[in-house]
Design a protein around this ligand. Structure first.
Ligand code: OOG
Ligand code: NI
Length: 267
């Protein structure tokens, strides 16, 4: 991996750990004593489809360090659009970026989101640090709850802003585990709650990708009207299968991703 790629993912990882304490413990659980055993399959970022902060704006930072645009995905019910990006150096994690289609949401949600995004300095978006800069605004817990009624994704963004919402262990690269079932069993035995939306394992060898994830950790957010503990970020686990040409599938599966989004739900 180039220094630029390493540096960016290092900063994203440090920022993610601040609100996802279980991630380091899960590393130890799966990687034994060698942290280097853990290879990340991908990370994911969220945003709004407003020009100032669109998927394209976030993606530009990855394009700048050699990433290329690959698949696109539609989530009609959640009003989301996503794309994934790959680096020619296959050891660099893939990147999954989604955006909320704000124009399809209620006028109330649109007004709230527009106000949050108005607070962002347009120049800040052009700096790679923006990708792990958190929130740029004040939001009340009432507003958070109002957003939650309509879009869990919008509420999560209002509370957490710009950061990796998950890292993903590349299960193929683990030395002590072969199947996703065995990873899930180890996680459950250690007391972690898995996301069961659509089943503990999303996908199958038929679609060349199996995924599971923890339910997000909880962390405190200083809302303008007080501090509350709410779902923060989660850890995902992915096992990939070979295509007919012998290469491992590198894309995502929309039906599975749709359920992975729910890892930041309350409960
Ligand atoms: C992204 C959910 C989708 C995957 O691997 O399919 C995803 C998110 O929660 O922002 O990560
Ligand atoms: Ni993911």
């Amino acid at each position: 991996m180039s220094d630029a790629v390493k540096q960016l993912f290092g900063a994203l990882w440090d920022n993610y750990l601040q609100v996802t304490p279980s991630a380091e413990k899960i590393h130890q659980l799966l990687g034994n004593t060698q942290a280097s055993d853990i290879i990340n399959d991908h990370i994911a970022l969220r945003t709004f489809n407003l020009d100032k902060v669109s998927l394209d704006k976030l993606a530009q930072h990855f394009i700048n360090i050699g990433y290329e645009q690959c698949g696109e995905y539609h989530f009609e019910q959640k009003k989301l659009y996503a794309r994934h990006f790959e680096h020619p150096d296959a050891t660099a994690p893939k990147v999954f970026i989604s955006e909320l289609l704000v124009d399809q949401c209620s006028p109330e949600l649109q007004a709230i989101v527009q106000k949050l995004v108005d607070e962002i300095d347009a120049d800040a978006v052009n700096r790679p640090e923006f990708l792990y800069s958190g929130t740029h605004w004040q939001v009340s817990h009432d507003t958070y709850q109002q957003l939650l009624q309509e879009s869990e994704y919008a509420a999560w963004m209002a509370a957490w802003g710009y950061r990796a919402n998950h890292f993903t262990v590349d299960v193929n690269a683990l030395s002590e585990f072969e199947t996703l079932e065995s990873v899930n069993d180890a996680l459950k035995q250690a007391g972690y709650t898995l996301n069961t939306a659509g089943g503990e394992i999303k996908g199958s060898p038929d679609v060349l990708l199996e995924q599971s994830s923890t339910m997000a950790d909880k962390a405190e957010v200083a809302f303008s009207d007080g501090t509350h503990s709410i779902p923060s970020c989660f850890y995902e686990f992915a096992r990939r299968y070979q295509q007919a040409d012998g290469r491992f599938y590198t894309g995502f599966v929309a039906a599975s991703a749709d359920k992975i989004f729910e890892s930041t739900n309350n409960g």
